[in-house]
Design a protein around this ligand. Structure first.
Ligand SMILES: *Cc1c(COP(=O)(O)O)cnc(C)c1O
Ligand SMILES: [Zn+2]
Length: 420
């Protein structure tokens, strides 16, 4: 695309030409930001040009992306993004907030936020003529790559820990990717993927490592701008966005998206970004609380597998996203995450643990008085609950089993009544 200028390192400002297939900074190893020609975009487009587009997917933001739409109009590639935003009254009453939105990323074609990154990376792979795209994954990134690659007949190889939830492994296999499970952690799979991409010349999608993943994830910020922020009146308090954090690429992608809009003069006020981590996988939150962008690895054990990461690969930018937007990091217990699954379910939204973690973080921030009832809040549910049935069943009691007779049903209901 002619408004894609290249890359710039987030940490040492090294600039790199757009034609290089680069992952991290050759000078310091830091994450690279994709640089766009904002002046050129401003000359060609106005916000109204975006708002009036009929495209109901993340491709409505093509003017702000560093890749061109690879086509596949009638495929799931054109179902990624443009997810719904709800205002669930029951949840709002429980939270005691005046303005609350929930953006449901479980509605993406492979049922998680990762479709955004994978759609953009397969577009890039098409542009650079890559034969094979490879990714390490806790499950969702792989499912998303496998699904988006299948949509445009791109070969994909996925390395995931053998402990990934069964539903996610099933997705990988059904979408026809070459699947290799490693007897190790997500971090082990990550390192192996990078070695394999070097040796075999595969294009590597790894979250945070590939600069285009954030460019996909930033499209959620554009949607929040269109669906929520453009209806704000001047003088409104800034929107507080809550999202769960594993590698830290969703939160840094959201930050990039809002920064793009500010640079274009299309957004007046930066939303505050709040990252939520499990206490059992808290490397980014720990760095934030210690006041540093340097990430110290942890031994992650949370049941929220999508955010179970020892060494977050986009941790520095993820810390910065909260610091620069006057947001914060919040650590929650796994028991709080399980409870949040139930609260979302009662509002008709089925979230996997990593998705519910964002709500658990908001609940904790409210309980501790860090937010007020007139703060406008948007929570992102990043993944569908069908992804991890085992975790879902931990949140609820087993249902009763009875003889199929009225007397047995009556007896059961009576017993229940007595208990309540
Ligand atoms: C990957 C993932 C996250 C975390 O995103 P990061 O970019 O790794 O921080 C959160 N929720 C779900 C469902 C995910 O799949
Ligand atoms: Zn650098």
């Amino acid at each position: 695309m002619n408004h894609y200028l290249g890359y710039r390192c987030t940490f040492c400002d090294t600039e790199i030409s757009p034609t290089e297939i680069l992952y991290t900074c050759p000078a310091c190893g830091g994450n690279l930001d994709v640089v766009l020609d904002y002046r050129r975009i401003q000359q060609k487009y106005r916000p109204e040009d975006i708002f009036s587009r009929a495209e109901g997917s993340l491709w409505r933001y093509e003017p702000l992306l560093p890749v061109t739409d690879p086509g596949g109009l009638a495929t799931p590639l054109h179902a990624a993004g443009w997810t719904p935003v709800y205002q669930p009254e029951r949840l709002i009453r429980g939270l005691g907030l005046r303005k609350f939105w929930l953006k449901d990323e479980g509605k993406n074609p492979t049922a998680s936020f990762k479709d955004r990154a994978s759609a953009i990376v397969v577009a890039r792979s098409r542009e650079i003529g890559a034969d094979v795209v490879v990714t390490a994954s806790t499950g969702n990134a792989g499912a998303a790559l496998a699904g988006m690659a299948a949509a445009i007949e791109q070969n994909a190889v996925i390395l995931a820990p053998k402990t990934a939830p069964a539903a996610k492994i099933a997705q990988l296999l059904i979408y026809g990717a070459q699947v290799v499970l490693v007897d190790g952690s997500y971090d082990d799979a990550f390192d192996l993927t990078i070695q394999a991409s070097r040796e075999f010349g595969w294009y590597c999608r790894n979250t945070g490592y590939n600069p285009f993943t954030a460019e996909g994830k930033k499209t959620a910020a554009f949607e929040i701008w269109e669906q929520v922020l453009r209806h704000f009146r001047a003088g409104n308090k800034p929107l507080c966005v809550f999202v769960s954090v594993g590698d830290g690429n969703i939160i840094s992608g959201l930050h990039k998206g809002f920064k793009d809009l500010m640079a274009l003069g299309w957004l007046e006020r930066m939303p505050r970004l709040f990252g939520v981590q499990s206490e059992l996988s808290s490397a980014v939150a720990d760095a934030y609380l210690a006041g540093t962008e340097v990430i110290t690895p942890v031994k992650a054990t949370t049941l929220a597998d999508s955010i179970s990461v020892n060494l977050p690969r986009d941790g520095g930018r993820a810390v910065r996203a909260a610091v620069e937007t006057e947001g914060a990091y919040i650590k929650v217990a796994d028991a709080d995450i399980i409870r949040a699954i139930i609260d979302l379910g009662a509002a008709g939204i089925f979230a996997e643990p990593a998705g519910a973690a964002a709500l658990a973080g908001l609940q904790k921030a409210l309980a501790e008085g860090d937010l007020l009832e007139d703060d406008p809040v948007l929570v992102i549910n990043s993944g569908n609950g069908l992804k991890d049935i085992r975790a879902a069943m931990m949140a609820v009691p087993n249902p009763a089993i009875i003889e199929p007779t009225m007397s047995a049903l009556k007896l059961h209901l009576e017993k229940k009544g007595r208990i309540e």
